[in-house]
Design a protein around this ligand. Structure first.
Ligand code: PSU
Ligand code: MN
Length: 298
């Protein structure tokens, strides 16, 4: 099998030490260079300081890597030939020996294969605003229904249709809970008008819920919604217009499919003079802290 674990990840798994999976699309197309490398280095330091081994997942020249060294990380962060690989493209990428950054769907799949139970990311993909005509719904949603791990995120960006995304999570049977919040967070903003049915204020409650799901042989993920820290949030009222303008530009340029999320992230970062990027980094690091605590508790 074209599947390799880094030494630190292998040691941790063999000795039952806590491991946290991280995705690589956030590095390859979610953030620009050099902020992507700086973010990733901080992420690894946060994990190390909490006693958790980070396992960043990517495909390099047709081999799945669970745990990246500095050379591999640099390759993913700087090489424009690196493709965005979701779950359905895995076989193609391996057969063609190409390199790919993994999204939430493919990262969680490989984490599960490797026996890693917790994965922290920024935001998940969801139902797009124009879904009625484009039929664009992220593979992440369906994949979350097939992968029994814990996924920590800060909700979905408000450039998606948030209400429909929440419905889709319910339809697919994804256990969705807030952590110290009673509303569905909007990535850049900590709160929304969408009330959550259930939330927990303790890591123990999250781990207990996951264990009960597993004991009952559920196949879906536990999706933990961890809002962006208040000090770094951008209020929805402030970013609404920028998001609308970015969507209009995307439609005018005819950008569709898996190019839409990277385009919008970039466009919003430019229009906010990188304030949205700072928010993105803050929430992703906060999710890594929570993911690490969950991995420790397990
Ligand atoms: N949200 C972010 N940054 C990202 C992504 C989402 O804030 O980089 C990436 C994740 O890898 C997610 C993917 O799985 O975008 C979803 O893409 P799509 O909408 O094409 O399914
Ligand atoms: Mn899509």
């Amino acid at each position: 099998m074209k599947f390799t674990l880094s030494k630190s990840v292998k040691d941790a798994i063999n000795n039952n030490k806590p491991v946290l999976a991280l995705e690589s699309t956030i590095i390859a197309s979610g953030m620009p260079y050099p902020q992507n490398i700086e973010f990733q280095n901080k992420a690894e330091r946060v994990c190390a300081s909490l006693g958790v081994v980070p396992a960043t997942i990517a495909i390099i020249k047709g081999v799945v890597h669970v745990g990246l060294g500095p050379k591999e990380l640099n390759f993913i962060a700087t090489n424009p030939s690196v493709k965005k690989i979701s779950k359905r493209e895995i076989g193609i990428c391996l057969e063609k020996n190409i390199s790919g950054a993994t999204t939430v769907s493919s990262t969680s799949h490989f984490a599960h294969l490797a026996g890693i139970k917790v994965f922290s990311t920024g935001g998940i993909g969801g139902v797009h605003r124009g879904y009625k005509t484009s039929l664009d719904m992220s593979q992440d949603l369906f994949s979350l229904s097939q992968t029994p791990i814990v996924v920590v995120c800060s909700g979905v960006k408000s450039f998606l249709n948030v209400e429909k995304t929440i419905e889709a999570l319910e339809t697919f049977g994804v256990t969705t809970v807030g952590y110290k919040t009673d509303t569905f967070p909007l990535f850049y903003s900590s709160k929304s008008n969408n009330k959550l049915q259930y939330s927990f204020n303790t890591v123990g409650g999250l781990v207990g819920t996951y264990r009960e799901n597993i004991k009952n042989q559920l196949q879906s993920s536990l999706l933990v919604l961890n809002p962006v820290p208040k000090k770094d949030e951008i209020l929805e009222e402030k970013i609404k217009n920028i998001i609308s303008k970015s969507i209009s530009k995307m439609e005018k340029l005819g950008i569709i499919g898996n190019k839409t999320t990277p385009f919008l992230l970039n466009e919003i970062a430019e229009k906010t003079k990188n304030k949205s990027l700072e928010t993105n980094i803050s929430l992703a690091l906060n999710n890594i802290k929570l993911g690490a605590k969950i991995a420790l508790e397990m």
